[in-house]
Design a protein around this ligand. Structure first.
Ligand SMILES: N[C@@H](CCC(=O)N[C@@H](CS)C(=O)NCC(=O)O)C(=O)O
Length: 326
């Protein structure tokens, strides 16, 4: 089997979810250190414009979004499972909900502590190319109390779930839901002074948090972006055998042109749209020229198919696209 390659950067907390997932499954993987903001000229052509981090690469197969990466890892390396005690449906649903409910509120708390240290270009990038909001301390301050209420509301159910001193949410074995809840907690505990535990009510979660941190990150080995790109070019996408052909409930078909689309993101120069990991039917019969072209000259393509993944039903459905990177 091709190596697992993770495109990520150290401070990326969604990446921390996947690094911890490697730890849970004790996997060896290759680590491609990306810059914390675009341009990422050797990654964008692989993802079709999707700008978020992390991205998992397995040969020529590209998995965008942690909600897709985790099921893919589970399929490729089943044991130990991310879904103990038959928890897969609940884990997938609650993981998705936790991400939606917690990301901006958690950034609000983070910004309260360290927002005045964010460099202006970082604030600009996150506003214009990613979140659509100003995450500086001054701009986030008016919503601090609302964000704290939201954070406390979610941590309340997590604390209730762990109240009988169980080791993890479903008992003795960690699940992907533990990793998801750990991820936003990691953002706060890794970057804020210890007072964050009091402000966000994290103290009762400290032992659970340490148990997840102790899973480690598996066995990473560095790889350059050039090496990862070359690995993609040299590989052939793996045949899809884990799902019925053309079984996507929304009607997407294998081989169909797809478009990683953004509501408000821009990937950087040369990319009309950034992606959110969701592939959709390309309904535009005459797409704007250059929409998916990289501004960076690339060698003639041998990577013939790009694999794009839907997060609609949480399975790692594959959509194949004829891709010309030349
Ligand atoms: N839903 C995505 C969210 C990923 C995400 O927002 N990642 C952050 C980094 S932690 C990001 O991409 N920030 C902008 C950037 O790095 O360019 C997932 O689960 O993977």
């Amino acid at each position: 089997m091709a190596e697992l390659i993770l495109h990520h950067y150290e401070l990326s907390t969604f990446s921390e979810k996947i690094r911890a997932a490697f730890g849970l499954k004790k996997l060896a993987w290759r680590s491609v250190d990306t810059p914390p903001a675009p341009p990422r000229p050797l990654l964008m052509p692989l993802t079709g414009g999707y700008r978020r981090i992390p991205v998992l690469q397995v040969g020529a197969d590209i998995y965008c979004d942690t909600n897709i990466i985790l099921p893919a890892l589970e399929r490729l390396h089943a044991a130990p499972t991310f879904y103990p005690a038959g928890s897969e449906g609940v884990v997938r649903g609650l993981s998705f909900a936790w991400g939606r409910a917690m990301w901006i509120p958690t950034i609000g708390v983070l910004s309260h502590f360290i927002g005045d240290m964010f460099p202006p270009e970082f604030i600009k990038d996150r506003k214009e190319g990613y979140l659509g909001i100003d995450i500086s301390k001054a701009a986030m301050a008016p919503s601090l109390s609302l964000n704290l209420q939201r954070v406390h509301a979610q941590y309340a159910w997590l604390k209730a779930a762990l109240a009988d001193s169980r080791r993890f949410i479903f008992g003795d074995a960690p699940s992907a839901l533990d990793l998801t809840c750990y991820q936003t907690t990691f953002l706060l505990r890794k970057n804020c002074p210890p007072e964050v535990d009091t402000m966000a009510g994290l103290a009762p979660l400290a032992a659970w948090y340490e148990r997840i941190a102790a899973l480690g990150h598996g066995t990473p080995r560095p790889m350059t972006a050039d090496e990862a790109f070359a690995a993609a070019k040299a590989a052939t996408p793996a045949p899809v055998t884990h799902m019925a052909p053309d079984s996507d409930p929304s009607g997407l078909r294998a081989g169909q042109t797809v478009d990683g689309h953004a509501r408000r993101q821009r990937a950087g120069p040369g990319f009309g749209n950034a992606g959110r990991g969701r592939c959709r039917r390309d309904r535009d019969p005459s797409p704007r020229p250059g929409r998916w072209r990289s501004p960076h000259p690339l060698p003639a393509a041998r990577l013939r198919r790009r694999r794009c993944l839907t997060q609609g039903d949480g399975h790692d459905h594959h959509r194949h696209q004829q891709t010309d990177l030349s």
